[in-house]
Every structure is written in structure tokens, then in C-alpha cells.
Ligand binder design. Structure first.
Ligand code: 5GP
Ligand code: ZN
Length: 113
């Protein structure tokens, strides 16, 4: 998608601090970290958000969750971590390209909202 920030990061047009990459996904450090470790995992294919997941593209979501444990291990998050995806305005989604936040490195508040 020409006008998508994360598509531009995936294309290398905007620099990012990469922590993991394969054919299907890219993971890079959030520019405004909310925890000592704050990594974003994104599909290379443009999917707008969780509501745009379909039987045709859902295999990539499974793949993302297969690679997350290795990213967490590499980041030293042996004490645990949180995976979050914001979907839509009420959730505070600011980038319309599906992404999963990996947060960790300190005890995280238990509130869901
Ligand atoms: P959302 O609010 O949509 O769930 O998450 C978007 C995330 O993208 C935010 O945590 C924000 O800090 C991060 N972000 C926004 N612009 C950039 C950027 O240019 N580079 C990186 N690495 N992260 C960004
Ligand atoms: Zn995109």
C-alpha cells in the first residue's frame, strides 16, 4: 500500500531497528517504547487490522504467533511478556497495518483497558 507507514518500513523506504525478518513478517523496535522491550511484529502483506483477517490470509497470523516466542527469547523476556493488537479507533489504533506489540522487560499492569 503506497500510503502505509509500515509498508514503507517493510520496503526499506523508512528506516527501522529490525529485530527479526523472514519471508512473511518483519519485527522492529517501536519508535516510542512503552516498556523496556517494545517490538512490533507485522505481516509483510498489507492487512489493515484484526478485522481484516480472513480464511485466505489467516495463515500469516499463525506464523506470527509461531515466531513471537523466538523473538521474546532473543529479547531476554524469560519472565514473560504481553502481545497486544489494537483494532480500530476505540482501541487507539494509529497505524492501519496489522501489527502485534510485544511488551516486556518489567512487570506490566494487569488492566485490560
Ligand atoms: P497502534 O497505536 O496503532 O497500536 O501502534 C502503532 C505503533 O507504531 C505505536 O506504538 C507507535 O509508537 C509506533 N510507530 C509509529 N510510527 C513509527 C515509526 O515510524 N517507526 C516505528 N518503529 N514505530 C512507529
Ligand atoms: Zn501496510
Amino acid at each position: 500500500m503506497a500510503d502505509c507507514l509500515f509498508c514503507k518500513i517493510i520496503a526499506g523506504d523508512i528506516p527501522s531497528s529490525k529485530v527479526y525478518e523472514d519471508d512473511l513478517v518483519l519485527a522492529f523496535r517501536d519508535i516510542a517504547p512503552q516498556a523496556p522491550t517494545h517490538v512490533l511484529v507485522v505481516p509483510k502483506a498489507h492487512i489493515a487490522d484484526c478485522s481484516a483477517v480472513t480464511p485466505e490470509n489467516s495463515a500469516i497470523i499463525a506464523h506470527i504467533f509461531e515466531v513471537i516466542p523466538g523473538i521474546a527469547r532473543a529479547e531476554g523476556l524469560e519472565n514473560g511478556y504481553r502481545v497486544v493488537s489494537n483494532c480500530g479507533p476505540d482501541a487507539g489504533q494509529t497505524v492501519q497495518h496489522l501489527h502485534f506489540h510485544i511488551l516486556g522487560g518489567r512487570p506490566l499492569a494487569l488492566e485490560m483497558a
